[in-house]
Design a protein around this ligand. Structure first.
Ligand code: GAF
Length: 376
């Protein structure tokens, strides 16, 4: 296999890894200043990186055909296009935030499954950001507040360079996650709290069902939802939908009402889920997961036939609750399943997909894992 030395004719200075994520609950509320409860998964994106002192940037990936070379000054909104924008964008965002960073040679050697709704883009951004932090001595990776700054640069890379108006949950998770915990993210004040989440201790597993229908965030639907939410807040004279009540939601126009209702009810479900987890009642969150999925499917309209079938089949086979996770329109669902039923649930979901004529889904258990780190 082609390695860093063959591609760049030098050795890397190190390797850095950042995880993908599963969102347990709190979907499509990060850009509404809401509450989210994601956790990092074991699947990680790994980058090998060497610093350069001439301002050049060379980006390669073993998972992509195209590569990119340029200078730091070539990076900006929409440049470079494609996967390289996520990595290069981090350099641009850190420079814009006033940090002195140089050029890099970077090779992506491993990646979170691409397009599966498990946040491969944030994993690439965060592994790159941590590498750049280390190599240019920014001193941010060692503290939670520094990591929040790195996450902010990753969000800016995605919003301003790639041009995807995503909300920031994924980058915060990949940078700040703690193994054995979910992360309660308050997207209004930027704070976070680790919430113990060890399903195996409760005799449970979280299965991730990747429908293998590839989603794209930049295709317009995500932006439309975000615009509707902002319009609803403006119509109510509020900075966001964070503290809006259901009674206020009912005064909105019919096209905005269901969108806003999803945001308001989903934030309430996050609070309820956190209360259950804090009380050691993990096995009782199933109905909240089901209600979240129903809201995303009917009020927010970001599910798909494959995601609906995955959740339905998992519940029928014994899951305590199931929901789509991530942006939707394809990607993955999660199911909370008693450990002794994981094989049955997985095989019944596969059968249901085969009967519907869908591609065979990829099904794996998710382990609440640590955030980005240097690996060598
Ligand atoms: C995608 C986005 F990147 C996140 O910011 C978030 O909005 C999520 O969809 C939906 O909760 O992963």
């Amino acid at each position: 296999m082609t390695g860093f030395r063959e591609l760049f004719e030098r050795a890397p200075d190190g390797r850095w890894a950042a995880p993908g994520r599963v969102n347990l609950i709190g979907e499509h509320v990060d850009y509404a200043q809401g509450l989210c409860l994601p956790f990092a998964i074991a699947e990680r994106t790994v980058v090998e990186v060497a610093a350069r002192d001439d301002g050049r940037v060379r980006l390669r990936s073993l998972a992509e055909d195209d590569d990119w070379s340029g200078t730091l000054d070539d990076i900006g909104p929409a440049s470079p296009a494609g996967w390289a924008g996520y990595a290069a964008g981090v350099l641009w965002a850190l420079r814009r935030a006033g940090h002195e960073v140089g050029g890099i040679d970077l090779l992506v050697t491993d990646t979170v499954p691409l397009g599966a709704g498990l946040s491969s883009s944030a994993a690439l951004e965060c592994s790159t950001a941590l590498a750049v932090d280390d190599l240019f001595g920014l001193g941010l990776g060692g503290t939670p507040s520094g990591r929040r700054q790195l996450a902010a640069a990753c969000i800016s890379a995605e919003n301003d360079v790639v041009g995807a108006a995503t909300g920031g949950m994924d980058q915060a998770t990949s940078m700040l996650a703690v193994a054995g915990n979910a992360l309660l993210l308050d997207m209004r004040d930027g704070t976070d709290r680790a919430v113990p989440f060890t399903p195996a201790d409760a005799g449970l597993a979280v299965l991730v069902i990747d429908t293998r229908v590839r989603h794209r965030l930049a295709d317009g639907q995500y932006g439309k939802r975000r615009a509707a939410v902002e319009k609803a807040a403006a119509a109510l004279g509020r900075p966001s939908l964070r503290d809006v009540t259901l009674a206020e939601v009912t005064t909105l126009d019919p096209e905005l009402l269901p969108r806003a209702r999803h945001i308001v009810t989903e934030i309430a479900r996050v609070r309820d889920a956190v209360a259950l987890l804090d009380a050691g009642r993990l096995a009782e969150i199933g109905p909240l997961l089901d209600a979240s999925h129903a809201s995303l499917a009917h009020d927010y309209e970001v599910s798909s036939d494959e995601l609906d079938l995955a959740c339905w089949a998992a519940r029928r086979a014994g899951a305590l609750g199931a929901r789509m996770t991530g942006g939707g329109f394809g990607g993955s669902a999660i199911a909370l399943v008693p450990l002794e039923q994981t094989d049955t649930v997985a095989s019944e979901v596969r059968t249901a997909f085969a009967e519907a004529g869908y591609r065979e889904p990829e099904i794996r258990a998710a382990e609440p894992s640590a955030g980005a780190q240097r690996v060598s």
